[in-house]
Ligand binder design. Structure first.
Ligand code: DX5
Ligand code: ZN
Length: 219
């Protein structure tokens, strides 16, 4: 059994104090940096791009988990590899030739992730599950932090876990959106490996303590 991981979403950080917030994550019990890249086309919001990621990577001492919410992600695979991404996650809904995209991500030395929107059934990933290092199940509609968790997610996690086990795959299950102390335990019990948490961490009074609390819940 691998240990369960927490990935704070930098989207909820204070961008005017980004170095401070990156160092907070370095110091904390968090495992990964979750980085949300939005293009204003695939999702109705624009977050930040390459120059900001470059500066985050300069200070970050943990795994860089990049979640691309962009159309035509193939155009930017090399760029994100060069910037220092450890994991590059593309959206199932944005990839016509998903298998090819996954191979291209791995060819650049990164781990390959696939994110699915709330309306997408996990069964569509069965034929490529052995090629995927991480599936990111969106538990809110992508585009914004601070939304509330969609309860149907638990069922999706169990279904995906079953597909992974049946295919003898090593794929990690990540949950993204509305994660708090209220759903963390049940998500992990259903089969989740990585919990992304944005607002719950950064809007709390003591983010280091909040991360520690989440780690204790999922231990
Ligand atoms: C949503 C992003 C999430 C977001 C999560 O489109 O992919 O990573 O930052 O934020 P919270 O935890 O606030 O829902
Ligand atoms: Zn995300």
């Amino acid at each position: 059994m691998t240990s369960k991981l927490i990935a704070p979403s930098v989207l909820a950080a204070d961008f005017a104090n980004l170095q401070r917030d990156v160092e907070m994550i370095n110091k904390s019990d968090a495992d990964w940096f979750h980085i949300d890249i939005m293009d204003g086309v695939f999702v109705p919001n624009i977050s930040f791009g390459m120059p900001v990621l470059r500066d985050i990577v300069k200070h970050a001492t943990k795994t860089i988990d990049v979640h691309l919410m962009i159309v035509d992600p193939d155009r930017y695979i090399k760029v994100f590899a060069d910037l220092g991404s450890t994991i590059l996650t593309v959206h199932y809904e944005a990839c016509t030739h998903l298998h090819r995209t996954l191979q291209a991500i791995k060819a650049e030395g990164m781990q390959a992730g696939v994110a699915i929107n709330p309306h997408t059934n996990v069964s569509v990933l069965e034929d490529v599950i052995n090629d995927i290092d991480l599936v990111c199940i969106m538990s809110v509609n992508p585009g914004f932090g601070g939304q509330s968790f969609i309860e149907h997610t638990y069922k999706k996690v169990k279904h995906l876990k079953d597909i992974i086990v049946r295919n003898n795959a090593n794929t990690l299950i990540e949950i993204d959106g509305g994660v708090t102390d209220k759903n963390a335990h049940q998500l992990v019990a259903a089969g989740a490996d990585v919990l992304v948490a944005g607002s719950y961490v950064f809007k709390s009074e003591d983010p280091i303590k909040t991360i520690k609390g989440l780690k204790e819940i999922i231990a």
